[in-house]
Ligand binder design. Structure first.
Ligand code: ATP
Length: 233
C-alpha cells in the first residue's frame, strides 16, 4: 500500500533522513521506532506531502505521490495524526471532527460521527466543549477521531502515547488495534518501543536518520539490540 524507496530529506544543509526504504502492506500495522531526533516525524511529514525529499520516491497504492500536494494525498486515502495532536482550539469537539471530513464529497458524514463517538464515548459526552479544554488523552482521541472522519485507508500516527498516563496509553493502543481490525492500515511512529512493537506486524528501527534493523514485531521485541537500546535492558 505504501512503498518508500531511498528517501533522503534535508532541512537546509542538515540531513535528517538518509536513504530510508520500507513498505507497509494493506491490512498491516507497521511501527517505526527510534530515539529523539532519529527522523521519525520528518519521514511522516514527507509522506504526507508537508516536506519534500531531496532524493527518493514515495508510492501510495501504486501511484507516485512524491510531488503530490498534501490535500490530494488526504483525498487519495492517507491521513496523518500529528505529534502533539494539534486540535483546533476555539472549535468544539464536533466542529473538530467536521474539519476532518472537510475534503469528503460523499453525504455520509453524519453517520460517521456516530462511528467515531462509538469508538470514543468521551468525545460524545464532550461534543459541545471547546477542544482546547480537553485533557491530553482526550485530545489524542479527538485527533484520531478527526483523522478517521476522512475515511483513510492508511492512517499515519505520530507518537500517540506522548505525554499520556499509562492507562490512557493502553486505551489508545487498543483503539489503534481496533481501527486496524476494522480495515484501516496503520503506520505508527513511536518512542514507546514496547507498546508499538507489541501491536505491530512488522517494525523498523531508525537511528540518526537511517534504518538499522527490521523484522516482525516479535523479532524486534526479542532482539538484543532493541532490548538494550529501547527497552531498558
Ligand atoms: P522526536 O521523537 O524527538 O520527535 P524524531 O525522530 O521525530 O524525534 P525528527 O523530528 O524527524 O526526529 O528530527 C530529525 C532531525 O532533524 C533532528 O536532528 C532535528 O533536530 C532535525 N530537524 C527537525 N525539524 C527541523 C527543522 N525544521 N529545521 C532543522 N532541523 C530540523
Amino acid at each position: 500500500m505504501l512503498e518508500i524507496k531511498n528517501l533522503t530529506v534535508h532541512y537546509g544543509v542538515i540531513e535528517a533522513v538518509h536513504d530510508v526504504s520500507f513498505n507497509v502492506n494493506k491490512g498491516e500495522i507497521v511501527s517505526l521506532i527510534g530515539a529523539n531526533g532519529a527522523g521519525k516525524t520528518t519521514i511522516l511529514r514527507t509522506i504526507s506531502g508537508l516536506l519534500r525529499p531531496s532524493q527518493g520516491e514515495i508510492a501510495f497504492k501504486g501511484q507516485n505521490i512524491t510531488k503530490t500536494p498534501p490535500q490530494k494525498i488526504v483525498t487519495a486515502g492517507l491521513s496523518q495524526v500529528p505529534e502533539g495532536r494539534h486540535v483546533f482550539s476555539g472549535l468544539t469537539v464536533q466542529e473538530n471532527l467536521e474539519m476532518g471530513a472537510f475534503l469528503r464529497k460523499d453525504g455520509e458524514v453524519k453517520k460517521d460521527y456516530e462511528q467515531v463517538f462509538k469508538k470514543f464515548p468521551v468525545l460524545k459526552e464532550r461534543r459541545n466543549q471547546d477542544a482546547a479544554t480537553l485533557s491530553g488523552g482526550e485530545q489524542q482521541m479527538l485527533a484520531m477521531g478527526r483523522a478517521l472522519m476522512s475515511k483513510p485507508e492508511l492512517l499515519l500516527l505520530d507518537e500517540p502515547s506522548m505525554g499520556l498516563a499509562p492507562i490512557f496509553i493502553k486505551e489508545i493502543f487498543s483503539i489503534i488495534e481496533e481501527i486496524n481490525q476494522q480495515g484501516t492500515t496503520i503506520l505508527l511512529i513511536e518512542q514507546n518501543a514496547k507498546m508499538a512493537l507489541s501491536i505491530a506486524n512488522r517494525g523498523y528501527v531508525l537511528e540518526t536518520g537511517s534504518v538499522v534493523l527490521k523484522g516482525t514485531g516479535e523479532e524486534l521485541l526479542a532482539s538484543d539490540e532493541v532490548k538494550k537500546a529501547y527497552l531498558g535492558g
